[in-house]
Design a protein around this ligand. Structure first.
Ligand SMILES: [Zn+2]
Ligand SMILES: [Zn+2]
Length: 142
């Protein structure tokens, strides 16, 4: 079972990339954010990445363009990004049946909250992990 954010059940959440070529819609409930400091996230987004998530069937592309591309960032997961503006929006672990969505690409993301952080061991030294954000590495082994 996934922890969810109260008040997001059965609600629609629209979002899109920076240029607008990729637009999508989620149906809640949404999970609280996990912040990931792993090397893959930092290489791909430029810094630590964070995401909420929904099951695949609660995610739908609503734009008509074919700008969404998927990149196999490892043998176990892929990343979705806009082929036009480069926004790094989605993560999907192979076979998990869920999609993770970066908070910044949701049009309205004020209702989100943080659950915790993972891969603390890879956290860059130039910004210490916030000790008030729980470390959940033991719960989310790769
Ligand atoms: Zn775009
Ligand atoms: Zn990561």
């Amino acid at each position: 079972m996934y922890e969810t954010i109260t008040g997001t059940e059965n609600k629609y959440f629209d979002g899109g990339c920076h240029c607008g070529a990729v637009r999508f819609r989620l149906i809640g409930p949404l999970t609280p954010l996990l912040i990931c400091h792993c090397d893959d996230c930092r290489r791909i987004s430029g810094t630590s990445w964070a995401a909420t998530s929904v099951p695949d069937h609660c995610f739908k592309i609503t734009s008509s363009s074919d700008a969404l591309r998927w990149y196999d960032s490892s043998s176990w997961a892929k990343r979705g990004f806009c082929n036009v503006c480069g926004s790094c929006m989605f993560y999907s672990m192979n076979g998990e049946g869920r999609i993770s969505i970066a908070p910044g690409v949701l049009d309205d993301n004020d209702m989100l909250r943080v659950r915790g952080q993972i891969f603390a061991i890879s956290h860059p030294l130039w910004c210490k992990p916030d000790p008030d954000v729980p470390h959940l590495d033991d719960f989310f082994k790769p």
